[in-house]
Write a protein that binds this ligand. Structure first.
Ligand SMILES: [Zn+2]
Length: 215
């Protein structure tokens, strides 16, 4: 997980809210505005999932991107369900693969969370201090905070851990000089141009956390 620095609400969304009677997520169906909103969320997050930090791709057919609500929709006022400050983008957490056949041990991110409360505020600059990773791909709550543990539970699925582990091992951080570690810190802390878009490297928050552990 990684702190998300949000910009202003897109003008098109502000205008749609102003011109719609009782704006809410159920009637937020205008494709062009939804697409614009999603695009800005992706840009703010540097095209990585707000939970697992996998790369988010928009194509084909919406790719693996899902719009996510910080405050669960069931607890929101109507306006909060479409307020930019309350929106994030996450990956689909496996839901496009025969979702009915999956149990909770196969779902993650948007697909696992659904309407559960989120116990880490990703818009808070200090949010990353609530969790840590190990070099084997595991994610843990600092001080065994049980609320945080609940929120990150399905980020410890075997499939996610093994992917993270392989990614971490690819950088062989234990063999790096101080200069190389600094280079990686810089690389993972900044958005880089890829396909003409400003993207964070995949798993940026994981790698920053591990690099900070190395000093
Ligand atoms: Zn994800």
């Amino acid at each position: 997980m990684k702190y998300i620095e949000k910009r202003e609400q897109p003008e098109e969304l502000t205008r749609w809210i102003a011109n719609t009677s009782n704006p809410n997520y159920k009637n937020f169906t205008k494709k062009t505005i939804k697409k614009k909103t999603r695009k800005k969320l992706l840009e703010d997050q540097g095209y990585i999932c707000c939970y697992c930090q996998k790369r988010l791709v928009e194509y084909p057919k919406g790719g693996n991107v899902e719009i996510e609500h910080i405050k669960p929709q069931s607890k929101c006022t109507n306006i909060e369900t479409v307020s930019y400050d309350n929106l994030l983008v996450s990956c689909d957490g496996n839901q496009r693969k025969n979702n009915d056949l999956l149990d909770d041990n196969d779902r993650h991110c948007n697909n696992y969370r659904q309407d559960k409360s989120l116990c880490i505020n990703l818009l808070d600059e200090d949010c990353e201090k609530k969790i840590y990773y190990d070099f084997y791909g595991g994610i843990y709550a600092v001080n065994d905070d049980t609320k945080v543990e609940k929120t990150i539970k399905n980020l410890n699925l075997r499939i996610l851990n093994s992917t993270r582990k392989a990614y971490i091992e690819g950088f062989a951080l234990e063999k790096c000089s101080d200069e190389e570690l600094n280079h990686f810190k810089n690389y993972f802390n900044n958005k880089n141009e890829e396909d003409g878009k400003q993207m964070y490297p995949e798993y940026a928050g994981v790698m920053i956390n591990l690099l900070n552990q190395l000093g």
